[in-house]
Write a protein of this length. Structure first.
Ligand code: ZN
Length: 156
């Protein structure tokens, strides 16, 4: 496995509508491995392929709950319920946090690394993370939709 370079806000790839994955092959699984390693190394809870310069509909998530590492290929959010505003950050926007309104509960359909169709219903932090990462696949950053932004230095 190897660590990948995380693109920062301003990089054109972060504004692109990403391309669906057509086939999950060894190269793609290697990219998933590298994305997970990069996410853990940066202390993140989620990372989308465009954040490492690959314009593909693929994300990794680990919010340290019972689901462990989730690899979502071609994820589509098919149901949203409720609404909650909470703080978010992003590995592509260092030292910035913002309050973002998200659905409280979502259902996401995707394929896994063995090309099996999966469905997951999540709430709380995992639901927030799924929405944040899926936004990346449509070229959207949380700073574009936050109701309030603050720099890390302003926290005290
Ligand atoms: Zn992000």
């Amino acid at each position: 496995m190897s660590l990948l370079d995380i693109k920062k806000a301003g990089a054109p790839v972060l504004k692109e509508i990403c391309t669906p994955v057509e086939r999950v092959d060894a190269r793609l699984r290697k990219l998933l491995d590298d994305m997970a390693e990069t996410m853990y190394s940066a202390d993140g809870v989620g990372l989308a392929a465009p954040q490492v310069g690959k314009s593909l509909r693929m994300v990794v998530i680990d919010v340290q709950d019972e689901h462990g590492l989730l690899e979502l290929i071609n994820p589509v959010i098919t149901a949203r319920e409720g609404s909650v505003i909470d703080s978010e950050g992003c590995l592509s926007v260092p030292k910035v946090f913002g309050d973002v309104e998200r659905a409280q509960c979502v259902t996401v359909e995707y394929i896994d690394r063995r090309s099996r169709r999966r469905s997951l219903t999540a709430e709380g932090l995992l639901a927030r993370c799924i929405q944040h990462e899926c936004d990346h696949l449509d070229g959207k950053l949380f700073i574009d939709i936050a109701v309030r932004l603050r720099k890390e230095e302003d926290k005290e």
